[in-house]
Design a protein around this ligand. Structure first.
Ligand SMILES: [Zn+2]
Length: 289
């Protein structure tokens, strides 16, 4: 009887576990392209962040690389359905694994492009100090081979794609890819909706610089639509709201520090999912005192 009970117990957990992992697998939808214009598409689904595809006169430019072989394979198949032009460039918007790990599953003939700080971050150890995979010699062909500092254009025949750097923020090397004809900008992870902004402090990201970078972007670009790695397409107003909310948080943390509150006490004043952002803001303010 005792044995039966044990068996039922094990079976129960097996069922729970398999249905849980099945549900997790289910969450990864197949890659599909969502049209923004006849030339510009957003890449949805797969494992990794949302990206983009632009069809120029003589070639294709891709924004961000997903993070596994299957998702890259599906991305390539989806691109084949809309064009047979060669895939020429892949822009990594920043060094997050969900944006760069898939580089290695694309063809070596593609030119990988990133901000020069982003290329440095490819080699940055993980949060836990583990060595980056990008030190492996076999991955060298998939590293960004062209980098820039402030601004660079990529021409695909008569079509111009603008790459902009507005400063340190979410990481130290976030690129904005701008398509002037579509008035559409791809921001990577420089904005998160429905959850607090991620700031990679361990790589040198900074929330105060993030606010400055986004403000500079709005002043510089005439963009109306903004695509990002983890949210729906947004407008200028949403970015302004995001900036205002970030400033409000920073102001609140500053005033609590001035009242001699500890980090733990300050965290308690915010929502639970905001704690890592609040800690980043706290450390930034403390180090500037
Ligand atoms: Zn991401």
């Amino acid at each position: 009887m005792k044995k039966n009970f044990k068996l039922i117990f094990i079976l129960f957990f097996l069922v729970i576990f398999t249905s849980f992992s099945f549900a997790q697998q289910q969450e990864i939808l197949p890659v599909k392209l969502k049209m923004i214009s006849e030339r510009l598409y957003e890449i949805l689904g797969g494992r990794g962040a949302r990206g983009g595809v632009y069809i120029g006169d003589n070639g294709v430019l891709i924004i961000d690389a997903k993070m596994d072989k299957k998702s890259v394979g599906e991305t390539i198949e989806e691109i084949k359905k809309i064009t047979d032009k060669p895939k020429k460039y892949l822009i990594n918007t920043h060094s997050g694994g969900d944006h760069i790990n898939g580089n290695q599953y694309f063809s070596k003939t593609i030119t990988f492009v990133a901000h020069e700080n982003c290329r440095k971050e490819f080699f940055h150890p993980g949060r836990d100090g583990t060595l980056s995979d990008w030190n492996k010699p076999e991955l060298m062909p998939f590293l960004p081979s062209i980098t820039f500092r402030d601004q660079m254009n990529v021409y695909l025949g008569s079509k111009k794609v603008e790459l902009w750097y507005f400063g340190i923020g979410h990481t130290t090397g976030d690129v904005v890819v701008y398509f002037p004809e579509e008035k559409t900008a791809f921001l990577g992870d420089q904005i998160f909706l429905n959850k607090p902004q991620l700031i990679h402090s361990y790589k040198g990201g900074n929330s105060f610089e993030h606010v400055k970078a986004l403000t500079k972007m709005l002043e510089t670009l005439d963009a109306e639509k903004f695509c990002s790695g983890h949210s729906e397409i947004i407008d200028r107003k949403t970015i302004m709201k995001h900036i205002a909310e970030m400033k409000e948080r920073q102001g609140k943390v500053k005033s609590l520090i001035e009242k001699n509150k500890t980090l733990e006490e300050i965290k308690n004043e915010f929502k639970e999912n905001e704690t890592s952002l609040i800690e980043a803001i706290y450390n930034e303010l403390k180090s500037s005192l």
